[in-house]
Design a protein around this ligand. Structure first.
Ligand code: GTP
Ligand code: MG
Length: 200
């Protein structure tokens, strides 16, 4: 899919403030600092469309970007950032929970997982919550430029093993690097195919 237009629409603190829900929406979620905003910029080839930072906790609201006038990319705040106060953490999880369960045009979550780490309980818990809530999702390994092939394969295998404990069928897993643009074509192809199926 060719990206012809990518524009920031709005930041919202709750679903009722989000833009009209009339086009398909894909949401990026995962731990703080996992690379959600960077991946969005990589996909749309715009260095600063979504704000990124080396300090976790950068994205604090629900951010909507309209792509090709046809669909939304949604950048969400990360979960699991230890330095955020408990009150803020509760606010974030409520925001995400409301968004996930109430946003009617939401087509699929991209759950981002850092390729450098072994499966983390927080990510597994979030994935389990999505699956139990019947919310569609795929998984995206991020920052693969930062790990050796061996480490990446090991962590991927461990993740698949963990997921296999709960589910017979594994979700799609994309391998990406925002730095090297790895996985761009695959992720966009998936969105394009999904949009086409929705239009049938
Ligand atoms: P929050 O908004 O705080 O939840 O973080 P985020 O998940 O949006 O992460 P963000 O995109 O801001 O990236 C966090 C840091 O990781 C930044 O310093 C990025 O430059 C770096 N980063 C993100 N993706 C990659 C990648 O694929 N490769 C490398 N080497 N660094 C990356
Ligand atoms: Mg961010």
């Amino acid at each position: 899919m060719k990206i012809t237009k990518a524009e920031f629409i709005t930041s919202s603190s709750e679903v009722s403030q989000c833009p009209p829900d009339q086009i398909p929406e894909y949401a990026f979620i995962g731990r703080s600092n996992v690379g959600k905003s960077s991946l969005i910029n990589m996909l749309v080839e715009r260095k600063k469309l979504a704000k990124t930072s080396s300090t976790p906790g950068k994205t604090r609201l629900i951010n909507h970007f309209m792509i090709n006038h046809e669909w939304f990319l949604c950048d969400l705040p990360g979960y699991g950032y230890a330095k955020v106060s408990k009150k803020d953490r509760d606010t974030f999880s409520k925001m995400i929970e409301h968004y996930a369960t109430k946003r009617t045009n939401l087509v699929c979550f991209f759950v981002l997982v850092d390729a450098r780490h072994k499966p983390q309980q927080l990510d597994l818990d979030f994935i389990e919550w999505l699956a139990d809530s019947n919310l569609p999702f795929v998984i995206v390994l991020t920052k693969i430029d930062k790990v050796s092939q061996t480490v990446k394969s090991t962590n991927l295998m461990l993740l698949k093993n963990e997921l296999s404990k709960s589910w017979e069928e594994l979700p799609l897993i994309f391998e990406t690097s925002a730095e090297k643009k790895t996985g761009r074509a695959e992720v966009l192809e998936f969105i394009d195919e999904t949009n086409k199926k929705l239009a049938l």
